[in-house]
Design a protein around this ligand. Structure first.
Ligand SMILES: [Fe+2]
Length: 250
């Protein structure tokens, strides 16, 4: 993006707001269904943005809203088919740093945003995560736990993988995204994010947006899968693995 020269009299925050509008206008066409599958589209980014007001207080109100918005808009660039090649060439973090260089954000802000985008992929909250990274991870996870999020997982993964395996539908032991074989296992992978949230208050927020209903849906799904495959339903073992110490609450 063209570097924005700040005219005299325009505050830093106004310049940032203008730049964020430019950022959104640039990436909006790449976040449409032609270029990105359901779960990573503009509405996902928009829903994450609305969680800011609830997540920021849980982190001591130290997350800058503009940094959070920028990180939200950049966190999915590598998922866009129209941007994939461009992003792949330099890597997600460097691509974001290149975009942020054109912004009025301070170099510290630019660094926080690029790191948050890079780290959001590793869902477990890490001791080294700053508040912006934790906020981005939390918003990204919680947006998968509501009804739209569950449908988004199905729309995204369900277009590429079978819903369940006919021979061995159950048996979740933890799996990386690139090794997923079925949508059922993806639901389990996303379920495991609950235990990765940075605090019990963040988990309460997940509960507020329907996490318990999500677990109920998975149990319903497993009942059907067991019936359709004629296999024993061992969803409780899978949920115990995915939820870890929180299993007993569900
Ligand atoms: Fe996302």
């Amino acid at each position: 993006m063209e570097e924005i020269m700040r005219p005299l009299g325009v505050t830093q925050q106004e310049a940032i707001e203008t730049w964020l509008t430019t950022l959104k206008n640039r990436f909006r066409p790449h976040y449409t269904l032609e270029n990105i599958s359901g779960g990573h589209d503009e509405p996902h980014v928009g829903r994450m943005e609305t969680l800011y007001d609830e997540i920021n207080p849980l982190l001591g109100n130290v997350v800058d809203r503009s940094e959070f918005v920028a990180a939200g808009w950049l966190h999915n660039v590598d998922r866009s088919r129209s941007l994939h090649e461009e992003v792949e060439k330099v890597g997600l973090e460097q691509y974001c740093r290149g975009i942020l260089k054109t912004s009025p954000f301070s170099s510290e802000s630019q660094n926080r945003i690029a790191v948050a985008v890079r780290e959001h992929i590793n869902k477990p909250a890490a001791a080294s995560d700053g508040p912006l990274t934790l906020a981005l991870k939390t918003a990204d996870a919680i947006d998968r736990f509501n009804a739209v999020g569950v449908l988004s997982i199905a729309a995204h993964r369900g277009s590429k993988l079978p819903i369940y395996d006919l021979e061995k539908p159950f048996g979740f032991t933890g799996v990386e995204e690139q090794d997923l074989k079925t949508l059922y296992h993806d639901f389990m992978r996303v379920t495991s994010w609950y235990s990765h949230l940075f605090s019990d208050e963040a988990r309460e927020l997940a509960n507020k947006y329907g996490f318990r209903t999500f677990i109920g849906f998975i149990r319903w799904l497993a009942t059907d899968i067991a019936r359709f495959t004629n296999q024993p339903n061992t969803v409780e073992q899978d949920l115990a693995v995915a939820l870890g110490p929180y299993y007993s609450s569900f």
